[in-house]
Design a protein around this ligand. Structure first.
Ligand code: DC
Length: 230
């Protein structure tokens, strides 16, 4: 079977990462969480008080940042920023509140997209994000675009934060998701949008297992097809 690129894009808190991770495990592919990369950049910018309106400062900071992923003892991929494990920190609310502004900066996008292309050039990857099927790998063999009802997304995100001992009220989460949807879909540089050839997956009423089954089924169909067919 041939190695392909599975691009999973869509709104926050629709189950993209969970689906992508599990699909990668089943297919024996590498999982790349591109949202984690933008979150790591945001953490660095916050800690070093980088001014987002100063392009020189932004570029200087980007030159100092090295992001990588390592698989932990339980087989889970974790994010490293300049050699330090930041997996927990990048999921905190303070990062969610700033990440859309940081990831809208063209210099940040160029740096991350270059790195993502290098990571996926051997194919055999599942990448999740906002612009994977449109900008990073427009030639991905499988593109999935995920969405879900706002309230369902907000409860899922609240549960995830709670599992990390962070209690955030539902209205604050809805407000954050709305704001991020707005910034992510209206920014000039590679906005969040569905690629013309992406398969749409509404996850409001389906379980994670059902989501994974569907994406794996679609991927296997592509992996056994002749390369010139979509
Ligand atoms: O998937 P996530 O919620 O962890 O992503 C965090 C933010 O990163 C999201 O609000 C927008 C940005 N992002 C992006 O601009 N492009 C990507 N490919 C992935 C994420």
């Amino acid at each position: 079977m041939r190695k392909i690129i599975v691009a999973i894009d869509g709104y926050s808190a629709c189950g993209k990462s969970t689906t992508a991770k599990e699909t990668a495990r089943i297919l024996g592919f590498r999982y790349i969480d591109t949202g984690a990369m933008y979150r790591a950049v945001t953490l660095y910018f916050l800690e070093h008080h980088v001014s987002l309106t100063n392009p020189r400062e932004v570029q200087k900071a980007l030159d100092q940042i090295k992001i990588g992923f390592r698989v932990n003892k339980e087989g889970r991929s974790e994010t490293y920023l300049n050699g330090l494990n930041v997996e927990r920190e990048i999921r905190e609310m303070r990062i969610s509140e700033n990440v859309s502004q940081v990831s809208a900066l063209p210099a940040v996008r160029h740096a991350m997209v270059d790195q993502q292309r290098r990571m996926g050039k051997e194919r055999g990857v599942v990448m999740d994000g906002r612009d994977i099927g449109t900008v990073v790998f427009p030639d991905a063999e499988l593109k999935v675009f995920m969405g879900a009802d706002m309230l369902v997304r907000a409860f899922r995100r609240q549960k995830e934060l709670l599992s990390r001992d962070e209690m955030v009220d539902i209205d604050t989460i809805i407000e954050n998701l709305r704001k991020r949807d707005e910034i992510d879909s209206t920014r000039k540089e590679s906005p969040l949008r569905k690629a013309g050839d992406a398969v749409e997956l509404d996850t409001t009423h389906i379980t994670i297992d059902e989501q994974v089954d569907e994406v794996v089924r679609l991927a296997l169909a592509r992996m056994t097809r002749q390369p010139n067919r979509r």
